[in-house]
Design a protein around this ligand. Structure first.
Ligand code: 4GN
Length: 222
């Protein structure tokens, strides 16, 4: 799959070169294309923002550079084109799974006071929010979408990693332990050392239900 990110701050995407996502990109399983919107400005000074009509603080991203950039990266509108915004539809694991089925996603990162509404209406399919808070730009939300979606690309994670995790069955994950079996005098739960996999599965399920009841009872109602 391919994810194209349209941004005025391409240097902010260096973290995607690291760790699991970086490995997926290097292995050819995932393509991440970072596009500088400024390269598409037809203004003689490559200007991309201007004062808001009607007045008010800050600047608004101009429609021309955004429109030209999106038309260049997705000329036939085959991609799902999304804008990251606090006004968007909330990102959930279910939404992540749906996004991961797409061949190509284009993500526009807003900055300043936002993007001219005409560019959003003309060129974008929807808006996604990663949560009820405001950030200085859409770059971090774009990286969150990239990371969460990339985990579902075939071969990115170790086999089975997606099966047991939090949210996949609507519950939070059970606690994990590794060596040593005793750390600062505290032992790992006996059942995990028993080798009895039916008992281990049962214990993990109970732990998942307990932690979900304590921390996220809202998830149990669904
Ligand atoms: C998205 C963008 C938060 C989110 C953003 C979010 C940049 N902040 N909750 N900031 O997903 C106004 C115009 C804020 C650009 C936008």
């Amino acid at each position: 799959m391919k994810i194209t990110i349209l941004t005025l701050f391409p240097e902010m995407f260096a973290p995607l070169k690291e760790s699991i996502i970086g490995r997926a990109v290097n292995g050819g399983k995932l393509e991440i294309e970072i596009v500088n919107i400024r390269d598409y400005s037809t203004d003689k000074h490559k200007k991309c923002d201007d004062y808001p009509f009607g007045g008010g603080a800050g600047m608004v991203m101009m429609p021309q550079p955004v429109g030209s950039a999106v038309e260049a990266v997705d000329p036939d509108h085959k991609a799902l084109r999304i804008y990251t915004s606090p006004k968007g539809e909330r990102l959930t694991q279910q939404k992540v799974l749906a996004l991961a089925q797409r061949e190509h996603i284009v993500i526009l990162c807003g900055h300043y006071e936002g993007v001219d509404q005409r560019a959003l209406d003309m060129y974008f399919d929807g808006e996604i929010s990663i949560g009820d808070y405001v950030l200085t730009g859409g770059e971090l939300p774009a990286m969150v979408i990239c990371d969460s979606v990339a985990r579902y690309v075939d071969g990115v994670l170790a086999a089975g990693s997606l099966v047991d995790e939090s949210f996949s069955d609507g519950l939070l994950e059970y606690p994990q332990y590794t060596r040593p079996a005793v750390y600062n005098g505290v032992s790992v739960p006996d059942v995990l050392l028993s080798g009895n996999h039916a008992e281990i599965d049962k214990w993990r399920r109970e732990q998942s239900e307990k932690i979900t009841r304590e921390r996220r009872p809202d998830l149990l109602k669904k």
